[in-house]
Design a protein. Structure first.
Length: 69
């Protein structure tokens, strides 16, 4: 019978952690929605990265390893 109280305690702790995680996720969703509505969304790309053309395909020789004899 000693295992029952320990198991119940662990289960309660797990439930509390799950509820806290759900609250955190809900708060992040609300924050992102507010940022999206206000137009202050953080951008991970800089303006310089957008619209830059690539030089073209990279030759396979650049990635090949030298042959070992």
């Amino acid at each position: 019978m000693g295992m029952r109280s320990g198991t119940t305690f662990k289960k309660r702790q797990k439930e509390l952690a799950r509820m806290e995680k759900q609250r955190d996720k809900a708060a992040r969703r609300v924050q992102r929605k507010a940022e999206k509505l206000s137009g202050d969304s953080p951008s991970t790309l800089s303006d310089d990265d957008l619209g830059e053309p690539l030089d073209g395909p990279v030759p396979l020789d650049a990635f090949s390893m030298p042959a070992v004899d």
